[in-house]
Design a protein. Structure first.
Length: 113
């Protein structure tokens, strides 16, 4: 199993951008799919985006065209570039390996003017 440490969150105005990163506890080259999730207090975690080892990606409809997920197997990191942020993107964002997910602390993203 692999654990991730998320970083890069913060407070941003609507329309702004943030780049989130998660660093893995070991090599991710053998992990087929890694995903970013988000959770608003009191709600279930929502899948935001995923990336396979082949580089294929998939996104929730709510973030398509605004978010971009990428992975760097050499650095054992997965990133989420978030543009045109909206207040409804406010949540704690988490990273995990699909099929063997260990939830970390996440990183808080707050979109507010």
């Amino acid at each position: 199993q692999v654990q991730f440490v998320e970083s890069g969150g913060g407070l941003v105005q609507p329309g702004g951008s943030l780049r989130l990163s998660c660093a893995a506890s070991r090599s991710i080259s053998s992990i087929y799919t890694i995903a970013w999730y988000r959770q608003v207090s009191g709600n279930e975690r929502e899948l935001v985006a995923l990336v396979t080892s082949a580089g294929a990606t998939n996104y929730a409809d709510s973030v398509k065209g605004r978010f971009t997920i990428s992975r760097d197997n050499a650095k054992n990191t997965v990133s989420l570039q978030m543009n045109s942020l909206k207040p409804e993107d406010t949540a704690i964002y988490y990273c995990c390996a699909i099929g063997s997910c260990i939830w970390g602390q996440g990183t808080q993203v707050t979109v507010s003017s």
